[in-house]
Write a protein that binds this ligand. Structure first.
Ligand SMILES: Nc1nc2c(c(=O)[nH]1)N[C@H]1C(S)=C(S)[C@@H](COP(=O)(O)O)O[C@H]1N2
Ligand SMILES: [Mo]
Length: 428
């Protein structure tokens, strides 16, 4: 049976080996791109897992968009508050690296595309399994890059939560990645040794010849005349990555470079004044009306004993502290350190009769929706830089930055620094 099926002729077009004619396609070029991804993808995976841990997802269903994570949450730990710029760096690296790797990923996929049209599609059980793992690999990597980029570009077109999709997708992809690397590492190192990078970078068009035939069928059986050298292909991909780096990294580095972040969807130039730094969601966008945060606003504090209800004036009359901390968003952008002042969460915990609180539920007056509730952990409450901020950079918080009061905690992901806070409930 198998023999007879094996003689089925390939349909015309990309299923025939003669269709693929680029003389530079071959194991060496594939392996160069592969090597870059072999370094970059584990870094993306680790920074991504840490980014997930930073939400303290094990602490409360309010923090977690993936309650069914099960054993995938095995590595979770209490997120530290030191160094205070930890999340800023982590998420900046995750997002910037992901963007910068796009040209390399596309080049790698281009270099192996004849394999997609392999004829016959399935030759045996083993071959079928291998193709299935490649489907998971390629499908997984495309899924992770597309969901990540859509999210940082604020296209919330996901069926369900981005976190859930990106998190589960990462595990499916990394499983296929590990299988792929263990099967191909030997072939990759051999291919890399087969040519010298230095020599390749000195080779002009006239001497650009195909690699010797390879068992994977990447090298064309009937090659066209070269239109680009391997040096040209590497240069084009490298220049693409460099360009993406230059128009992305400024959103996480800040300072003068912020203006260069042309791909950043968030206000590159937030104006001037104490409250002139990036805003994620404006008050108007999430339905926080001036009435909700006007003179009728009160802060409720619960803990042991009867709750407290305080006006903003009463809060301002208490002992104020200052901390210089950035806002760093999951989307990769972050602000420079801002000088926040207000009440220490630790002082408020003591006021609530719970100086050793293990957690605090923070609730916004914002109408119910995403990011309106979060639970912070004991170590975050106790850090002296963790504040319920009333003012920033010497001025009252602006409405868009969370007036009358917002949470700011060192190394905390932006999304857990709740704005327009109305109630704090300290718990054992
Ligand atoms: N109540 C409330 N708090 C919130 C949000 C929100 O939508 N609602 N957005 C969060 C997110 S995702 C970020 S990154 C920060 C941004 O703070 P900023 O707008 O002051 O820069 O606020 C966080 N706090
Ligand atoms: Mo955010």
């Amino acid at each position: 049976m198998a023999g007879r099926v094996g003689r089925l002729p390939a349909p015309p077009g990309p299923f025939r080996p003669e269709f693929w004619r680029s003389p530079i396609r071959g194991p060496w070029l594939t392996s160069v791109f592969g090597l870059v991804l072999l370094i970059g993808i584990p870094l993306l995976f680790v920074t991504g897992l840490l980014s997930y841990a930073s939400y303290n997802p094990g602490l409360s269903p309010f923090n977690d968009e993936t309650p069914d994570k099960g054993i995938l949450g095995f590595y979770l730990f209490s997120w530290p508050t030191q160094p205070y710029w930890l999340y800023r760096l982590l998420q900046g690296v995750h997002v910037t690296l992901g963007v910068v790797l796009v040209p390399v990923l596309l080049a790698k996929l281009w270099s192996v595309i004849p394999k997609l049209f392999e004829w016959l599609p399935v030759r045996s059980v083993a071959h079928g399994l291998e193709r299935l793992s490649l489907l998971m690999l390629v499908g997984g990597v495309i899924f992770e890059f597309v969901t990540g980029i859509l999210n940082i570009q604020l296209y919330y077109v996901f069926p369900g939560s981005f976190y859930r999709l990106h998190f589960y997708g990462a595990w499916v992809f990394i499983a296929a990645f590990v299988v792929h690397v263990s099967l191909r590492l030997g072939r990759m190192t051999r291919a890399l040794r087969s040519r010298s990078l230095g020599a390749e970078l000195r080779t002009g068009l006239a001497h650009t010849l195909p690699e010797p035939p390879d068992p994977d069928g990447l090298v064309p059986v009937s090659s066209a005349a070269p239109t680009m050298t391997r040096r040209g292909a590497l240069g084009m991909v490298g220049a693409g990555s460099l360009l993406l780096l230059v128009v992305t990294a400024g959103q996480s580095i800040g300072g003068r470079l912020r203006a260069t972040a042309l791909l950043a969807p968030h206000n590159r130039n937030p104006g001037s004044g104490p409250n002139a730094f990036q805003i994620n969601k404006t008050a108007a966008a999430v339905g926080v009306t001036p009435q909700l945060v006007g003179t009728d606003w009160r802060l409720e504090i619960h803990g042991r004993g009867p709750g407290l209800v305080l006006t903003r004036e009463q809060l301002l009359a208490m002992l104020q502290h200052t901390a210089a901390l950035p806002i760093a968003c999951v989307e990769g952008w972050s602000t420079e350190d801002q000088h926040w002042s207000g009440l220490r969460l630790a002082d408020l915990a003591a006021l609530a009769g719970m100086p050793d609180a293990g957690s605090v539920l923070v609730e916004s007056v914002q109408p119910p929706g995403p990011f309106t509730k979060v639970v912070l952990r004991g170590n975050q409450i106790r850090d002296p830089r963790s504040l319920l901020a009333l003012r920033v950079n010497g001025a009252d918080l602006s409405l868009d930055h969370g007036y009358p009061a917002r949470v700011i905690v060192p190394a905390n992901p932006g999304v857990n620094n709740t704005k327009w806070v109305g109630r704090l409930t300290f718990r054992a």
